[in-house]
Design a protein around this ligand. Structure first.
Ligand code: SF4
Ligand code: FES
Length: 258
């Protein structure tokens, strides 16, 4: 098959960028979207042109590196699918495909389709961990975990940090990502000690980094390759509210300490 592509080309963060037109031949329906870009890049290299820069690593839907906006949709038209797992059978060769990087203030474009997603790492650093005392490893069954909590924690832990939720959100919010991280630790017994500070510190980092507020538009969950549910954000909000009320209660009980 032969496809017409409109691909975002940008030499660096200060370049205004533009859409460039390419025609790519020899594509089969079972090629992935990244394999199609590989074919384009091999041709560009053979012709002495600069290949299109794009991010990828596992190509198995695990690492979260490969995000791009395809025809206006983060990760493209297939539900619950990362760009690396998206196959060309989803595209009609009669129509041009537009490929752009994530667009969000905290994700500056580094080159072409590659953005700097390290703002998500800063949110994790603010509280996305549990502190565990060192010493001999406890028995695996020493801390019972209710099945329902384990299942919900596992669902939230499926977040791969791709940033599609941010790219799709009209407010550029990372609420779904932050909620997934807060939830997967906050539901487990091992995560209780830091539950309040985790929720407050991670949402503070989220806001400080320039991500927008959540207005429950729902675009995030629609494009999430791991189908993190919108209700996860409600759980984050409950944790933030409960932590805030606990701290203000402690402040009153402690004689007005703030
Ligand atoms: S919540 Fe979904 S869309 Fe957002 S970073 Fe995690 S996996 Fe990606
Ligand atoms: S390259 Fe790892 S999720 Fe796509």
């Amino acid at each position: 098959m032969r496809y017409t592509l409109r691909v975002w080309r940008q030499t660096g963060p200060s370049d205004p960028g533009r859409l460039a037109l390419y025609v790519v031949d020899g594509i089969t329906e079972d090629m992935s979207f990244l394999e199609m870009l590989d074919v384009l890049n091999e041709r560009l290299l053979a012709e002495g042109d600069e290949p299109v820069a794009f991010d990828h690593d596992c190509r198995e839907g695990i690492c979260g590196a490969c995000g791009m906006v395809i025809n206006g949709v983060a990760h493209g038209p297939a539900r619950a699918t990362t760009t690396c797992q998206l196959h060309m059978r989803h595209f009609d060769p009669a129509f041009a495909i537009t490929v752009e990087p994530w667009r969000a203030r905290p994700f500056p474009v580094l080159k072409d389709l590659v953005v700097d997603r390290s703002a998500l790492d800063r949110i994790i650093e603010a509280g996305g961990y549990v502190s565990a005392p060192t010493g001999s490893a406890p028995d695996a069954h020493a801390i019972p975990v209710p099945k329902a909590a384990a299942d919900e924690a596992f669902e939230a832990a499926a977040c791969i940090g791709c940033g599609a939720c941010v790219a799709a959100c009209p407010n550029g919010s990372a609420a779904l990502f932050t909620a997934a991280k807060v939830t997967h630790l906050g539901l487990l017994p091992q995560g209780q000690a830091e539950r309040r500070s985790r929720a407050l510190d991670m949402i503070a980092a989220h806001d400080d980094l320039g991500f927008g507020g959540c207005t429950q538009a729902g675009e995030c969950t629609a494009v999430c390759p791991k189908e993190i549910p919108l209700g996860t954000i409600a759980r984050l909000n409950r944790d933030v509210l409960s932590a805030t009320l606990s701290l203000s209660g402690e402040s009153v009980a402690g004689g007005g300490r703030s």
